[in-house]
Design a protein around this ligand. Structure first.
Ligand code: ATP
Length: 438
């Protein structure tokens, strides 16, 4: 088929590159690792921070109608009663009577164990929230939960944000933070883990205008991934069927990416109606509503929720950027990351390790570091060093050679085109600034 969508590479290759270059390591590796838990290494933390920064910039910095929030992971336990999570945040779980493995019943395609063909138990509901105790006494009155979504932190602060910012409907609150779910079947690298980061927006609107804002958010969020370099063919929108909708939602669409395991959710955009604010009003006794000056009426706003995963987005950007291309007799691996996401923006490479070349290259590095994450590398051959920078996605390399000492100029090499241009050192910051404007 001509239009068949293909993944850029396999998950194994990305897991291996991530480990080898310092993007993502298995958690607690010296103890043998912890099932489906991962740590971000020196390059991974830069990449993920850049993903979060790009999201914050598009949704908070560049908009007049959104503000930020950073609520705690631990919240009053009543929050989870009101939100419906205590009762309803469950997955149907089945066990294999033979090999004892556990599966999500709604993920199975057969009635037997997919591993060994054994008989399965009846499905029972398993709550995904992690429980812990507040304070030293482990008693039921002290039970708290690690939040399974960041959204509720926004709802419980609705009045605080409204009164302190004097925002008027429509307005939104954006938040990035950790969430925890005791997933039955984590896996596919960082795609599904038990501890992960979400990037969530609650956008409050007047009932009746919700459909229109819902459509707008679906469009805006889809475009965000494309603008940051995701290949359009590997991104699609999947509206939920009515029987798939969560208990609170009037409409929901998933933005899906073509991962190596197939189309899978990157982000969900839901019309949550007034469900959450209404429930918190009931449970807390505080009226979470706004006053409409035109009609002289109080009402509870509807809310549109674009809910993305920072780890899933990071994984998708990493996968999508991966390319292998022939380079003479070898293969050049390039991470064609958008410059806004690239861990290092510039690599400075002196042609030789000899003085005074190294001194000049280090001076240049120090100057560039005031503006950008800059990597200095003088180990091994220049070819090997270019290859390493390509493999970690550095958009520009600055090479300092023996002529640089004479003509006070350096060469900028473009990661994608491999084109080289000579630039006076005095102009370097300005030239790079133009190239790295995003
Ligand atoms: P799924 O169906 O994949 O379990 P979900 O529909 O339950 O996901 P939401 O509750 O809509 O997910 O969460 C919003 C976003 O948070 C998801 O689109 C995803 O990017 C991220 N996310 C959810 N669960 C996980 C997880 N276990 N690991 C990593 N990211 C997650």
């Amino acid at each position: 088929m001509a239009n068949e969508v293909r993944a850029t590479t396999t998950m194994e290759k990305i897991v291996s590159l991530a480990k080898r270059r310092g993007f993502i390591f298995p958690s607690s590796e010296i103890y043998g690792g912890l099932n489906s838990c991962w740590d971000y290494g020196p390059l991974g933390v830069e990449l993920k921070n850049n993903v979060k920064r790009a999201w914050w910039k598009a949704n908070v910095q560049e908009r007049d109608d959104l503000v930020g929030l950073d609520a705690g992971i631990l919240m009053h336990p009543r929050v989870w009663e009101a939100s419906g999570h205590l009762e309803g945040f469950t997955d149907p779980l089945v066990d294999c009577k033979n090999c004892k493995q556990r599966f999500r019943a709604d993920h199975l395609t057969t009635e037997r164990c997919p591993e060994c063909g054994g008989e399965l138990t009846e499905a029972r509901n398993f709550n995904l929230m992690f429980k812990t105790y507040l304070g030293p006494v482990e008693e039921s009155a002290a039970i708290v939960y690690l939040r399974p979504e960041t959204a509720q932190g926004i709802f419980v602060n609705f009045q605080n944000v409204l009164t302190t910012t004097r925002k008027k409907i429509p307005f939104g609150v954006a938040q990035i933070g950790k969430s925890f779910r005791n997933e039955i079947t984590p896996g596919n690298f960082t795609f599904r883990t038990r501890e992960f980061e979400q990037m969530e927006i609650e956008y409050f609107v007047k009932p009746g205008t919700d459909e229109e804002f819902y459509k707008q958010w679906v469009e805006d969020r889809f475009k965000w991934y494309i603008d940051l370099g995701i290949t359009p063919e590997r991104l699609r929108l999947r509206p939920h069927d009515p029987d798939e909708l969560a208990h609170y939602a009037k409409g929901c669409s998933d933005i899906e990416y073509y991962f190596p395991m197939g189309w899978s959710e990157l982000e969900g955009i839901a019309n949550r109606t007034d469900f959450d604010l209404k429930r918190h009003s009931e449970f807390s006794g505080n009226k979470l509503e706004v006053f409409d000056q035109e009609t002289n009426e109080h009402y509870i706003p509807y809310v549109i929720e674009p809910s993305a995963g920072a780890d899933r987005a990071t994984l998708a950007f990493l996968l999508d950027a991966y390319t292998e291309e022939p380079d003479k007799d070898e293969t050049r691996v390039v991470l064609r990351l958008h410059p806004a996401l690239a861990p290092y923006k510039v690599g400075v490479l002196p042609l030789s390790r000899k003085e005074p070349l190294v001194k000049l290259a280090k001076e240049i590095t120090a100057k560039l570091r005031r503006y950008w994450m800059t990597d200095y590398d003088d180990a091994k051959s220049i070819g090997r060093r270019y290859r390493r920078q390509d493999e970690i996605g550095t958009p520009y390399c600055v090479t300092v050679d023996f002529d640089s000492l004479e003509d006070q100029a350096v060469t900028i090499r473009d990661r994608d085109t491999m084109e080289q241009t000579r630039v006076p050192i005095a102009e370097l910051v300005n030239v790079l600034r133009e190239k790295l404007e995003f």
